[in-house]
Design a protein around this ligand. Structure first.
Ligand SMILES: *Cc1c(COP(=O)(O)O)cnc(C)c1O
Length: 414
């Protein structure tokens, strides 16, 4: 696999400004037909000297609209400079993080993981209807009990039913028997086509689904399915810690992946990433988007080109090896914390390739959780609380929590 190289600050600056120069310039050119412009000049700096060293802020102010999908067909020519950066970003994520062949994927920067998951389910719903004559009631979203609630949202918006496969209480893992049992129930209800969503790190546990659990059972039963990977949490983490996984485009059964740069990549909000093998994006085409050059294949419509630029800048600042090192540091902290909890006999879940540690609620009080900003699985009656090892969550911050947990344990035992 080719590993992307890091770029210097100056190289990044030059590249982004060169892209902006190839976009339309609302200040100097005749652009009379679009309901778009630079950010309001009474409110936002337009030419402060520091902006020359601030490619992301400059992009925000010039305000390119990345409406549509730029990896297929044509796109709005007004913003072709920064669209090129988005295309490069999509290729980088698909090919260098998720093992796709060159030019094998389409994709775009979505508003977030929710939209990217909806986009995938929307596409497969339309695929089953168009290609296999499916009715809405024949189609089922198949995911796990630990899947993100955006799957429920997608089911509601797209008028589809959803079946959640239970996971084991302690290992948070799926089983073939569990998938088979859920599948039998759904077949009995008349479901024939399955939109499967496999997790690459769940939101609450950081657990990862074994894709074969779904695909082996579905293939045995001769059920048509499409497999989407929800890597909103883990997409920029797990591929850098576990080389052996199956949730990438090198696995022919995977047809699309969601990533979220506004989680582990610390990009601004509005930086979900949707990636899909070529040949599917067309099922989400809205031909009636006739005033948009190249039409629209996305859920969102207008969106800021600055988001793509922000993600690209971060990934280029690190390079592949720099990114791997950054993740390595988070792994060290997670391993340390998990080891300490283990020694104290504090029951918790941790996937060894993930930076989430989820502690059984009997080991802490709500006041401890509140003081350390821990997040429960359900606010009403928590069974688990999670700790997420982000850049700001250093061991110095974990030590006081550990002390509190030890003290609480002694009180309970005593
Ligand atoms: C956060 C998350 C989402 C939703 O992402 P948003 O960016 O909040 O829309 C979807 N799936 C998983 C696994 C997540 O962790």
């Amino acid at each position: 696999m080719h590993h992307w190289k890091k770029l210097s600050k100056e190289a990044i600056r030059k590249r982004v400004f060169a892209a902006l120069d190839r976009n339309v310039n609302f200040y100097e050119e005749q652009v009379l037909g679009v309901p778009a412009s630079h950010l309001d000049s009474k409110v936002f700096y337009q030419d402060a000297p520091f902006l020359q060293d601030a490619p992301f802020l400059s992009t925000l102010i010039r305000n390119p609209n990345h409406i549509g999908c730029h990896t297929l067909g044509t796109s709005e020519h007004f913003f072709s400079g920064t669209q090129e950066i988005e295309r490069e970003l999509i290729a980088l994520c698909a090919e260098q993080i998720l093992q796709a062949a060159p030019n094998a994927c389409d994709g775009y920067v979505a508003s977030g993981g929710t939209e990217a998951n909806l986009q995938a389910i929307w596409i497969y719903r339309n695929y089953f209807r168009t290609e296999l004559g499916a009715r809405l009631e024949d189609i089922c979203i198949l995911c796990s009990q630990d899947s993100h609630y955006s799957m429920k949202k997608a089911a509601n918006v797209l008028c589809l039913d959803l079946a959640a496969v239970p996971v084991a209480e302690d290992s948070r893992s799926l089983s073939r028997q569990g998938v088979a049992a859920t599948l039998q129930q759904q077949k009995a209800l008349g479901k024939k086509y399955f939109i499967v969503v496999a997790n690459m790190m769940t939101t609450m546990f950081g657990s990862v689904d074994e894709a074969d659990c779904y695909t082996e059972v579905l293939e045995q039963e001769d059920c048509p399915y499409k497999l989407h990977v929800d890597g909103a949490y883990g997409g920029f983490y797990y591929p850098f810690t576990e080389a052996q996984h199956q949730l990438h485009f090198g696995n022919p059964r995977v047809s699309s992946v969601t990533l979220d740069a506004h989680k582990m990549v610390q990009a601004p909000y509005g930086t979900g990433i949707f990636l899909i093998r070529k040949g599917y994006m067309q099922y989400a085409n809205t031909k009636e988007a006739s005033y948009v050059e190249g039409e629209d294949y996305t859920l969102i419509g207008s969106r800021s080109g600055a988001n793509a630029v922000a993600i690209w800048m971060i990934l280029m600042t690190y390079g592949y090896w720099g990114w791997k090192e950054k993740i390595r540091v988070l792994q060290e902290r997670a391993a340390w914390f998990s080891r300490e909890l283990q020694q104290e006999g504090i029951a918790h879940y941790r996937n060894p390739y993930a930076n989430i540690i989820t502690i059984r609620s009997e080991h802490l009080t709500r006041s401890i959780a509140d003081r350390f900003g821990l997040v429960p699985d359900r606010h009403a009656a928590p069974a688990w609380y999670k700790v997420v090892l982000m850049e700001h969550a250093t061991i110095e911050h974990l030590e006081p929590l550990l002390e509190e947990l030890q003290a609480y344990k002694e009180v309970q035992v005593g």
